[in-house]
Ligand binder design. Structure first.
Ligand SMILES: Cc1cc2nc3c(=O)[nH]c(=O)nc-3n(C[C@H](O)[C@H](O)[C@H](O)COP(=O)(O)OP(=O)(O)OC[C@H]3O[C@@H](n4cnc5c(N)ncnc54)[C@H](O)[C@@H]3O)c2cc1C
Length: 244
């Protein structure tokens, strides 16, 4: 039986499920499940997460993974459920529906996973994607620095080649998921002579626990208080080349 889908003029609010026509009926059913999940499984922890400044990894990330809400639009052969991008945005919308619940799903789902699935080597995909999708590891992206935000070309974090390895030095700030991160994609200058600064930059995959990689304090914010934005420091971090 077809579900009742109110026209906008009939709806009490645009937040009523079924109102916006970009979403299909299947999306509406998916949204109901996601909303129930956030309400029943995650929202009860929110007060505590806000006070401590970060989520519990085993609850927030693992439950999202078990539910299939991480890497939703990743193809099945890469470990995802082969869902569509709209379903992935539904999860983000529902995270906001009750206020901001938990940590930065956006960075994990829409930045880190796509970077690896699009640009990663087969070995990197195999190493990281299944665990990012299961919620066993948390992803972060580290671009901003104390002296470079909107104008990313001003970053000072630098990686120089030493034999086959790269040696990374620098610091980052405001990094969402930074405090609990297991994998950080770090932007660094690699070619000071490059004609265009953007062409002299590279992205490095840095695992938590790599010698020389240290996490700083969780930064206090006026909102999104359960989201662990942190400073990150890199001191002579030795990174092997990506297997080719
Ligand atoms: C909650 C939170 C989470 C974040 N998470 C991450 C993360 O995960 N990873 C990460 O790398 N960074 C993260 N950031 C950093 C964020 O990307 C930067 O704050 C952003 O890029 C802006 O940089 P900035 O704060 O240095 O501001 P600035 O670049 O100094 O900008 C200050 C003001 O000037 C304006 N401005 C700047 N340049 C121009 C221009 N050319 N013309 C007109 N106006 C201009 C800006 O719009 C802004 O209003 C996060 C920030 C916050 C607050």
């Amino acid at each position: 039986m077809r579900r009742f889908r109110p026209e906008i003029s009939q709806a009490a609010s645009l937040l009523d499920i079924g109102t916006r026509r970009i979403f299909s009926e299947e999306h509406d059913i998916f949204r109901e499940n996601v909303r129930r999940f956030f309400t029943d499984e995650l929202a009860p922890h929110q007060d505590r997460w806000e006070k401590q400044g970060h989520v519990d990894k085993d609850i927030f990330w693992k439950k999202l993974g078990q539910q299939g809400y991480l890497g939703i639009d990743l193809p099945v052969e890469l470990g995802g459920i082969g869902g569509d991008f709209i379903s992935s945005t539904i999860v983000l919308e529902e995270q906001m529906f009750l206020g901001y619940i938990g940590a930065s799903l956006y960075v994990h789902n829409e930045v880190v996973i796509p970077y690896i699935s699009t640009y990663g080597t087969p070995e990197q995909k195999e190493k990281y994607l299944p665990r990012l999708v299961s919620g066993d590891i948390v992803g972060a992206v580290a671009m901003t620095e104390p002296s470079a935000g909107s104008d990313l070309q001003g970053i000072k974090t630098y990686a120089k080649k030493e034999g086959d390895d790269w040696i990374l030095n620098g610091s980052k700030v405001f990094i969402s998921n930074g405090y609990l991160s297991d994998l950080v994609i770090v932007a660094a200058i690699t070619d000071l002579e490059s004609n265009k600064k953007a062409h002299g930059m590279s992205l490095f995959l840095v695992d938590a626990g790599t010698p020389g990689f240290n996490k700083g304090r969780i930064l206090e914010k006026i909102g999104e208080k359960s989201s662990d934005a942190a400073e990150l420091f890199f001191e002579d971090v030795r990174l092997p080349p990506a297997p080719s």
